[in-house]
Design a protein around this ligand. Structure first.
Ligand code: ZN
Length: 279
């Protein structure tokens, strides 16, 4: 498996769901070994679990006094496309534009301009199962010949249980929009979050119904979105995974704990080859 970047620079502009401010980002191709990184005001933040500062309703990275927020949907798309090397420059703002709340527009633009490099990609091969728990939620990974990620959850008042799966087909999850429950809206606003949220970029779920006039894009759309979030957070490992990841009710906080644990056991010896195995 080879490393990838993009064949050309590409720009996205739009409101940030949490800050409510318009952001403009430019994605620049990079050479092998650069990794995915953000650039704000000339300073870099690697897209790494090491720089996660907050996981409250979105993943926030920070370094040297600068922060970037809501990185997970774009990172999920890059992970699915296998793009390992890229600088995401913020020309305006510090939140990745939410666009329609899903990964769809990122995917639509980027899928045709990925470019393979000659160097091998970093891969973590799972040889032994690992599980991270938090109350009734857990995330596990087990050996598998390729990469597969599953998410099991529910949609309150609408779907008792559902399982979403990504084993290489981005179309399964790319359309799934971010969501919240009606009763959370006030709480999020009080916390200074969701200032840019609207029915145009998020699904709002009431008591047994959806506020968005167009309804859900699939009856398990929120579960598929949680899987998209998981992939974005998994990308913070800075390496691809050869294994099967299963999340039961995980969110950004548990995703982060899982990635940190996996990194600790996998990177306890520094990379000397393109492939490391869990002990
Ligand atoms: Zn999300």
């Amino acid at each position: 498996m080879k490393q990838k970047t993009l064949s050309e620079s590409v720009e996205f502009e739009g409101v940030g769901i949490h800050t409510g401010e318009v952001s403009k980002i430019v994605l620049h191709p990079e050479k092998a070994g650069t990794g995915v990184r953000f650039m704000v005001k000339g300073k870099y933040i690697p897209a790494s679990y090491k720089y996660v500062l907050k996981t409250d309703h979105a993943t926030l990275l920070g370094k040297d006094g600068i922060t970037v927020i809501t990185v997970e949907h774009l990172l999920a798309v890059l992970y699915m496309l296998g793009v390992d090397n890229l600088t995401i420059e913020f020309k305006k703002g510090n939140e990745v534009p939410i666009l329609d709340g899903s990964g769809y527009y990122f995917y639509k633009i980027l899928k045709g301009i990925t470019s393979e490099l000659s160097e091998k990609a970093r891969v973590i091969e799972i040889r032994k199962s690992l599980e991270v728990k938090n109350c009734n939620a857990y995330i596990s990974v087990e050996p598998y010949h390729g990469f597969c990620a599953l998410y099991r959850g529910y949609v309150k008042g609408l779907l008792e249980e559902g399982v979403a799966q990504y084993c290489g087909n981005a179309k399964e999850i790319i359309f799934a929009r971010t969501f919240c429950y009606e009763e959370e809206v006030e709480y999020l606003r009080q916390k200074g979050l969701a200032k840019g949220g609207s029915l145009k970029n998020a699904v709002v779920i009431g008591n047994g119904f959806v506020h968005n006039p167009e309804g859900l894009r699939s009856k398990d759309e929120p579960i598929r979105h949680k899987l998209l979030d998981l992939l974005g957070d998994l990308s913070l490992l800075g390496a691809r995974i050869r294994g099967r990841v299963f999340s039961h009710l995980g969110g950004h906080t548990l995703n982060y704990a899982f990635v940190k644990n996996l990194a600790e056991i996998s990177f306890s010896t520094s990379f000397t080859s393109s492939c490391v195995s869990t002990p």
